[in-house]
Design a protein. Sequence first.
Length: 317
Amino acid sequence: MPLDIVVVMDPIGSIRIAKDSTFAMLLEARRRAHRLWYVVPGGLAVDGGRAVATLQPLEVFDDPDRWFDLGAPSRVELGRGHVVLMRKDPPVDSEFIHDTQILSLAQRAGALVVNDPQGLRDYNEKLAALLFPQCCPPTLVTRSAADLKAFVAEHRDAVLKPLDGMGGRSIFRLSHGDPNANVILETLTAGGHSLAMAQRYLPEITGGDKRILLVDGEPVDYCLARIPQGDDFRGNLAVGGRGEGRPLTERDRWIAAQVGPEMKARGMLFVGLDVIGDYLTEVNVTSPTCIRELDAQFGLNICAELFDVIEARATHR
């Protein structure tokens, strides 16, 4: 039975369809003859305690010259019969949180929201990894520049990052004795007002920062290793890393088995794990990517697995 698929995303006119995982989901939904609806940016609202959205009917095409058409907007109450794909990129700021609260109202009215809005609020992508300390490298989260400096001195080489970044932005590699240490730490912590994360530097990053995708708690058989290029230690595709598909290792599968059941239980149907060497570094729940690259390299259809789950959940509801 056709479903009404409602997508909350960044402006569709600015995406790169060859790399956009949300677009891959929309193509699969169209292939299955579901109806597509695009939430006008900023179009979520609450009216009389009910979640409403300004929607435009959406058509998508796998064509880099013309990948979408939008129809006339209308205001719709969200609830039973709607599947909402919450795919807005970080930062997870107050506006993002407010949108998830509206989507919780839609969920209460019967909509299926992917990923679960409570989970989106609960799981900061950096901190969520620390729910599985057996999988993580030595890590410190603090507002104290002195404590961060001591962590770097202990481990001699560390990676430091804010808790709300994405795409490799504002990530620093800091070695003990670096004369820039004080200004980096002051910047990251906003003078002691903001939390920052430090992790022991993992030299295995030269072989790639692996993105492992979980669909309803189960790992896809292949990951995308994002390999740093030139003199940049970051492997993020957004800063020029090269994506290379690989089969999962036994350690990758062990990490997925540690994290997957919790994600499944919390309604996080599509999750991306970041793994460097043998260590989990992040759990991405807001808008994980790498579907298009893995599909292209291995002849997969990851979104088919996802929509099998979505259709079963929607039918059950």
